[in-house]
Design a protein around this ligand. Structure first.
Ligand code: ADP
Ligand code: MG
Length: 260
């Protein structure tokens, strides 16, 4: 099976006019089709850097990146990127915001428009099509951002802390909606989150990074019963708390190393 994402010995150095700093080093990662993985680790360990490299927005200083077996050398329509901030355009309606990716890639047609209309309905936004972003709650705006990301039908979704600006209840609802929507469509996803329980509840695998420089510290396979449950219920599955504590302890140890 050709992995959707393959990172081979990736390192990245950020160079500014004052200094050069090694952000990540020795990153090896393979993500299989349909897999949902999470990257967790202390702030500054390179999670966003890794996503930007996978998205083709940042060329790594060292190593190779491939998407579906092909080397990455720039952004591609195979990848959808969703961020903490929804970046909706305030002057565009919800529908026009959702269509922007199709417009930019010149794929807007009556058919693709009706796919987006259906997606909006599926996300409970059917009635909001002609409203403006300022008229929506944070959770609704993130759902619009999800529709916009899915509109161009990328095989891989990169989600950089998409829930961190939301209240707890909205976040739990959105976790379920995202997992269901992506699984249904056979999408592959990489989620960055600072919420460990979210990572375990949503993922097939959790990748813990350490810092200075960021490296893969340990991989955790999530047991089948937790994976099979919707994120909300996964938290009540046997083994969830034990796994949470195991990863938590490792994270604490990394935190201590980093602050010495
Ligand atoms: P995370 O997403 O895990 O918080 P980042 O990937 O944003 O981490 O950052 C990793 C490291 O690289 C940090 O030390 C950060 O300060 C540094 N860094 C990130 N972006 C830049 C940049 N554009 N220029 C210089 N340093 C950067
Ligand atoms: Mg980040």
């Amino acid at each position: 099976m050709v992995p959707v994402v393959e990172l081979n010995d990736i390192a990245h150095v950020y160079v500014t006019d004052r200094e050069a700093s090694l952000a990540v080093e020795g990153i090896q990662l393979k993500v299989d089709p349909g897999e949902f993985i999470s990257l967790v680790g202390p702030s500054g360990c390179g999670k966003t850097t890794i996503l930007s490299i996978i998205a083709g927005l940042l060329a790594p200083s060292k190593g190779t990146v491939s998407l579906n077996g092909k080397s990455v050398n720039g952004p591609s329509s195979e990848v959808g990127y969703m961020l903490q901030q929804d970046y909706l355009f305030p002057w565009r309606t919800i529908m026009d915001n959702a269509l922007i990716g199709l417009e930019l890639t010149e794929r807007l047609s009556p058919e693709s428009r009706s796919v987006v209309e259906n997606l909006l309905k599926e996300m409970g936004l059917g009635e909001s099509e002609s409203l403006y972003p300022s008229q929506l709650s944070g959770g609704m705006r993130q759902r619009v951002a999800l529709v916009r990301t899915l509109a161009t039908d990328p095989g891989l979704l990169l989600l950089d802390e998409p829930f961190s600006a939301l209240d707890y209840q909205t976040k739990l609802q959105l976790e379920d909606l995202i997992v269901e929507t992506l699984k249904e469509r056979g999408k592959t996803a990489i989620l960055v989150t600072h919420d460990l329980s979210e990572a375990i509840a949503m993922s097939d695998r959790v990748i813990l990074l350490n810092r200075n420089p960021g490296r893969v510290h340990r991989l955790f396979d999530i047991p089948g019963n937790i994976r099979a449950a919707q994120p909300f219920y996964a938290r009540k599955e046997p083994g969830f708390n034990e796994l949470f504590h195991e990863i938590w302890e490792e994270m604490q140890a990394i935190g201590k190393e980093g602050s010495q």
